[in-house]
Design a protein around this ligand. Structure first.
Ligand code: PHE
Length: 473
């Protein structure tokens, strides 16, 4: 049966058939067009929207940060995302194998992108699973009512006792790892695609309810002004670096996640359109999360600059002031847990796909190996507020070190190399072929603009911000 191309008229395929379409029958594949979107969006939407975006926006002056972040997403995040999806689908291989294929050699220096990617996946998951662990713990705590207090001393106490207790920290992180590993073992379609297809609608519904609740509070105006009125005096080079780092982290790019997911894309998926849709939907989730949080923060007289503790200390205090607060609080943390889950699946998949393909180790065994390694590396981050608190490098705890180096260095470097590769090294014919679905989609101007941006805009911007932010220029 010929598969209909173009963006309309998608037929669901069986995973084997989708694999055949892909030309690689044994590889996993996303089966439905909607599943491609939910999985990709599930990767992009994560704690980045609910924890990093609001706290970085709060710390860096609100609207002016938002504006820089927007520009960075458009001229850096999106082009890197399209580059990765293109390379992934073109090669139908894991992050490292894909670079070997496009560079036409097993020992190409471009391999560094894939290697950095697999390393980034490890270090991101090491701290990400910990924050996700706190979120899961908070669902339980908000159901049991232990968090419901308007006294910040009480909510601070709950958070501090959670993160400084080595047993709780490890148990929650490992539970999260087991859950993610289990879904990954189920497979690309049955695990990742099915899970995100069911959960993404729930995420949007919960978010909308919370936004309506927050916007109907008396402090809504102040919250809106904070998010949408820029104050450019707050823009420093650190803020620029943070905004660019966030745009990489947000769209899950610079580390091979999108190469890996792209390798499971259907042949008839319109890559530029999918990437743009995911970028816009992800941005909407970030802004909606901001709308759910800041009006409430101002209404109850809290500081918007609380940083990461915004999520775990300020938010519970705010909910405690609302009628039916515990219901909203449970909703909020379920929302955060769903978001974190979709993102973790995509990160975990990067090393699993590599082990599976490179060493021919089954998906199940690969997942167990990666899970165990992650539990080890991850515990260094998980114990950052207890047993490993004094283990510091460059003055940062392991948790902060993993977070800072991945977002602000590894991902931008990966993105820089990727855009240089696609803009300058790779034959533009291959890019065009892939982005037009072999000439089926009539979007040559999009392709031309994309290649120009990869040549002259993204790498230059990334390099300037990166060197500047690191104090090297
Ligand atoms: N995009 C995810 C978030 O915003 C995090 C992520 C980073 C996922 C890198 C995959 C790769 O939470």
């Amino acid at each position: 049966m010929a598969v209909k191309q173009g963006e309309k008229g998608f037929q669901p395929l069986t995973e084997a058939a989708a694999g055949k379409v892909a030309g690689v029958a044994s590889r996993g594949s996303f089966v439905t067009a909607i599943g491609v979107i939910t999985a990709t969006l599930g990767s992009a939407v994560g704690l980045g929207n609910i924890w990093k975006f609001p706290s970085l926006t709060g710390l860096n002056g609100g609207a002016s940060f938002l504006l820089v972040y927007l520009l960075s997403t458009l001229f850096v995040g999106l082009p890197v995302m399209i580059s990765e999806l293109t390379i992934g689908r073109r090669t139908r291989a894991n992050a490292i194998g894909a670079l070997q294929k496009v560079a036409g050699s097993d020992r190409t220096p471009w391999l560094v992108i894939g290697v950095l990617g697999v390393l980034s996946a490890f270090f991101i998951l090491a701290f990400y699973t910990e924050v996700a662990g706190w979120v899961f713990a908070y669902i339980v705590k908000s159901v049991s009512g232990g968090l419901l207090s308007t006294d910040p001393a009480v909510t601070t106490g709950v958070f501090t006792s959670l993160i400084t207790d080595p047993v709780q920290s490890l148990v929650w992180q490992w539970l999260v790892l087991v859950l993610v590993g289990f879904i990954i073992i189920l497979g690309v379609s049955k695990g990742i695609e099915q899970t995100t297809k069911r959960l993404m609608p729930v995420l949007f519904a919960l978010l909308l309810i919370l936004v309506v609740r927050s916007l109907t509070l008396p402090g809504a105006g102040e919250g809106l002004a904070f998010l949408f009125k820029p104050d450019f005096s707050l823009l420093t080079k650190d803020v620029l670096l943070a905004a660019m780092g966030l745009s990489f982290f947000k769209l899950s790019v610079g580390m091979g996640t999108m190469i890996t997911y792209g390798s499971y894309y259907r042949e008839d998926q319109n890559i530029p359109k999918t990437a743009l849709t995911v970028m816009l939907a992800d941005l909407s989730v970030s802004i909606l999360a901001g709308l759910a949080i800041f009006p409430a923060v101002f209404t109850f007289g809290y500081e918007p600059t609380a940083g990461p503790s915004l999520l775990f200390i300020t938010i519970p205090s705010i909910f405690a002031s609302l009628p039916f607060g515990s219901v909203f609080m449970v909703m909020f943390f379920v929302l955060a847990a769903i978001a974190a889950l979709g993102a973790m699946l995509s990160i975990f998949e990067v090393p699993v796909a590599y082990l599976n393909e490179r060493f021919n180790i089954s998906r199940r065994t690969s997942s167990i190996i990666i899970g165990v390694l992650l539990a080890l590396v991850g515990s260094l981050a998980a114990l950052s507020n207890s047993l490993t608190a004094n283990l510091k490098l460059f003055g940062l705890t392991m948790f902060d070190l993993f977070d800072f180096t991945t977002s602000n260095i590894f991902l931008p470097v990966g993105g820089l190399l990727l855009t240089i590769f696609v803009g300058w090294i790779w034959n533009p014919k291959e890019t065009e072929d892939e982005l037009t679905n072999k000439g089926v989609i009539k979007n040559t101007s999009v392709v031309k603009a994309f290649i120009l941006i990869c040549r002259f805009v993204s790498p230059v911007l990334i390099l300037i911000i990166l060197l500047n932010g690191l104090g090297l220029f």
